[in-house]
Design a protein around this ligand. Structure first.
Ligand code: XIL
Length: 383
């Protein structure tokens, strides 16, 4: 199976070699000058997602931090179809161009996210001028045009593409999205992979999804992988998003999924990791606004800071996850956190808006958190 082929891998390996004599606490000093990417060296790439806000403001301190700490970058929002082609035929390249230019200039492995997804789609994507649902042929035309135009613009610059995002619905099989319904089957997904491969034959092509610990989802996807392999659909890797909580999900199941996909010949990418430190809010997300207000205190308990005990739980959770990644470093190409610092995480607004969450490795002042040092130390101990 093809491994990713990039110049940045060499840069990371050279830095790792230079650090190879460092153990334990010594990494803490070394890290001041280098970053997490160097602690993990050739184990796997270490990445972050860059937000629209960062691309708009071009905050040089934050971009410097990203450059120092990470060797791979994902566009958090700016390459999604609803943003880059907000209406049919109208392309808005401004932020994506900035994202790509930053990656090229700093020799990062660039991840394109995402070509086909049911969410953050332009309002007019699935309907015609009269607001009627488009035909299968028209969907194919729009999908092909979207993939071709986007991939052509950044040809030779994006080495990993999330080709299809979230097409499987827990353990219920294919998600009944407009993609599925208008196409009349899940074949839109393989068409997207074939086209992406034609456009960029050397790119590493991913299927990306959440809740990958779910055994039903796992076995459904394993069947898809086998079927694709048999029929030559060019899918190289599986992206496990990795949005976890302090005690959710069961990591044994998560690990089984890593093993199961790898056993089918897939490379593994952890594509969107973060650790939600707040109480689970799912039961309340569908509630009336008035009811939500009632829960506000209870659901947003750490507005004035994270208590030490919870900070420790967060660190332990990161350690548990990274220990698992290290165990499978021969299968894993990349671990990316979904954002860089707590102040800019989507988890402040999802699934409840306006909370104060602590899901990342850098705090609101963009300082390294205890979880950062624990993860960096783990990486340094692998050699
Ligand atoms: C999220 C972004 O982080 C938010 O800013 C945006 O409002 C919604 O989407 N799975 C994915 C990502 O594949 O694209 C999502 O990103 C998070 C869940």
């Amino acid at each position: 199976m093809r491994k990713i082929n990039r110049r940045s891998f060499l840069t990371a390996s050279a830095a790792a070699l230079a650090l190879s004599h460092l153990k334990g606490c010594a990494i803490t000093n070394a890290i001041q000058k280098t970053g997490l990417k160097d602690a993990y060296g050739a184990d796997f790439l270490i990445g972050t997602a860059i937000s629209n806000h960062t691309l708009e403001t071009q905050n040089s301190e934050l971009l410097g931090l990203i450059d120092r700490e990470f060797n791979t970058i994902t566009a958090e929002n700016c390459m999604k179809s609803g943003e880059i082609q907000p209406s049919q035929g109208n392309w808005d390249w401004a932020l994506a161009d900035r994202f790509i230019n930053f990656g090229v200039e700093h020799k990062k492995t660039i991840v394109g996210h995402a070509l086909v997804w049911h969410s953050q789609v332009p309002g007019d994507f699935f309907v015609d001028a009269n607001d009627n649902q488009i035909s299968r042929d028209e969907l194919i035309r729009r999908m092909d045009t979207h993939i071709q135009t986007l991939m052509e613009r950044y040809q030779g610059k994006v080495s990993i593409w999330d080709v299809v995002n979230e097409a499987i619905d827990e353990d219920q099989g294919w998600r009944q999205s407009p993609w599925y319904e208008i196409f009349g089957s899940a074949e839109y997904m393989e068409r997207a992979f074939h086209l992406a491969h034609e456009m960029e034959p050397d790119a590493h092509l991913l299927y990306n999804d959440y809740n990958m610990h779910n055994p039903g989802k796992r076995s459904f996807l394993v069947d898809v992988i086998r079927d694709y392999k048999r029929r030559g659909v060019p899918m190289n890797a599986i992206g496990l998003q990795g949005h976890v909580g302090l005690d959710f999900p069961n990591l044994t199941e998560f690990e089984r999924s890593i093993e199961a996909y790898a056993a089918e010949g897939m490379r593994i990418h952890i594509t969107e990791m973060d650790v939600d430190a707040l109480p689970v809010a799912w039961e309340h997300t569908g509630a009336e606004i008035s009811a939500l207000e009632e829960y506000a205190e209870e659901l947003d308990p750490y507005r004035d800071g994270l208590p030490a005990a919870i900070e420790q739980q967060l660190t332990d959770r990161y350690v548990e996850m990274f220990e698992m990644f290290i165990r499978h470093r021969n299968k894993i190409d990349r671990v990316t956190t979904w954002g860089t610092y707590d102040g800019e995480s989507w988890k402040n607004d999802f699934p409840v808006q306006g909370r104060t969450n602590y899901p990342l490795l850098f705090d609101r002042s963009r300082q390294r958190k205890p979880a950062y040092y624990a993860v960096a130390d783990l990486g340094s101990q692998t050699r």
